[in-house]
Design a protein around this ligand. Structure first.
Ligand code: PMP
Length: 361
């Protein structure tokens, strides 16, 4: 009788559940549940994707030099200290496998992205959840939670699903005050949506204990293709490259991402359209009496009177063909996370929420 059992911690992982994309019996839906770019990738990225059909029989680049160079130029970072992965999810898991493990602790925050906990448990480490203050990461609470077993601290800035930001001076103070064995990971999946924000790139350059992760899944509209990157001190990037599979990204991923990052006009159009519609949505929701925090990302966290109202609203939106995200799993049971879609989708979802609230009166 075989006794094949997984490593400790693995069965504590609740499998990740992605944003719903279908509604039973409905041919057409508006999906506002996964923070995708409603306009998709740029035409130049689509063309690059198509061109790579001629390279499918060849193994891809192992060092990702062209993509790293393009990221370096556009994001003004040193390409030698960039690592590319299968979504930023892969960079997050590399960090956990390389720096955490049995007997160590990985800090994430109360409403933090669920992959931090999943990857920490996958590496055999103990995830430690730290409270936030009114849905904003609390740097002092993180410092108090550090022990001599802490190895990694994960902060998404802007946060998901909150959309809030921790001021950079707080992050700088945190980086300067962490115990020596702790690596701070700044997850900038939504950094491009926060105007003028570098995701923490300059901080990475001034310290040896800070790493930044970024993605092509959001602003660049390539969630389906799975490309992310990390930027960190040379010794950290060297360590991560040792555990990276040599062919972790296909040539299709690499060339499409390169074209996407170089199309800065398109990225800027997506960014500014998101900012315009996000401001409109926040104002319209507030007028309906739905509370929001200032969002710096491509979604809005709508807070309802309570869990029952949030759930009833989500169910009503489904009857209207609108999919938004329940975030009870992120300890926000009274809230719904709504991706900023194109203008008709934003208008439809706000109108439907208004109808729902009227029907409740
Ligand atoms: N970090 C945060 C905060 C996210 O919201 C996401 C995507 N939901 C990711 C990382 C992972 O993104 P990807 O793997 O698509 O790059």
């Amino acid at each position: 009788m075989a006794r094949i059992i997984p490593q400790p911690g693995i069965l504590e992982i609740a499998p990740y559940v992605g944003g719903q994309s279908r509604i039973e019996g409905m041919a057409e839906v508006v999906k506002l549940s996964s923070n995708e770019n409603p306009f998709g990738p740029s035409d130049k990225a689509r063309a690059a994707f198509a061109r790579t059909v001629h390279t499918l029989h060849r193994y891809p680049s192992t060092d990702h030099a062209e993509l790293r160079a393009a990221i370096g130029e556009v994001h003004r970072v040193d390409p030698a200290r960039v690592i590319c992965g299968v979504g930023s999810d892969e960079i997050i898991s590399f960090l956990c496998y390389a720096y955490a493990g049995p007997g160590t602790e990985v800090i994430h925050t109360e409403h933090g992205f669920s992959m931090y906990r999943i990857s920490a448990l996958g590496a055999g480490a103990t995830p430690v959840e730290v409270p936030e203050k009114a849905r904003v990461v609390d740097v002092d609470a993180i410092l108090s939670a550090c022990t001599d077993r802490t190895r990694l601290v994960f902060i998404a800035n802007p946060g998901n699903p909150t959309g809030t930001m921790v001021p950079m001076h707080d992050i700088e103070r945190l980086a300067a005050s962490l115990p020596g064995q702790v690596l701070l990971v700044l997850d900038g999946a939504y950094a491009e949506y926060a105007e003028g924000f570098d995701g923490g790139a300059r901080l990475v350059e001034s310290r040896d204990n800070v790493v930044m992760t970024r993605t092509f899944s959001k602003l660049y509209g390539l969630g389906g293709l799975r490309i992310g990157w990390g930027y960190g001190p040379a010794p950290v990037i060297d360590v991560l490259n040792r555990i990276r599979g040599p062919f972790n990204l296909s040539q299709t991923q690499l060339e499409t991402a390169e074209a996407a990052v170089r199309d800065t006009d398109y990225a800027e159009r997506c960014r500014s359209e998101n900012a315009r519609l996000r401001a409109w949505m926040v104002e319209a929701l507030n007028r309906l009496g739905v509370a929001t925090d200032a969002s710096f990302a491509n979604f809005v966290l709508a807070r309802f009177a309570g869990q029952a109202q949030a759930e009833a609203c989500e169910a009503y939106l489904q009857t209207q063909g609108l999919i938004v995200r329940k975030v009870a799993g992120y300890k926000l049971p009274q809230a719904l996370r709504i991706t900023v879609g194109d203008e008709p989708s934003c208008r439809r979802v706000v109108h439907a929420i208004g109808q729902f609230l009227e029907g409740e009166e």
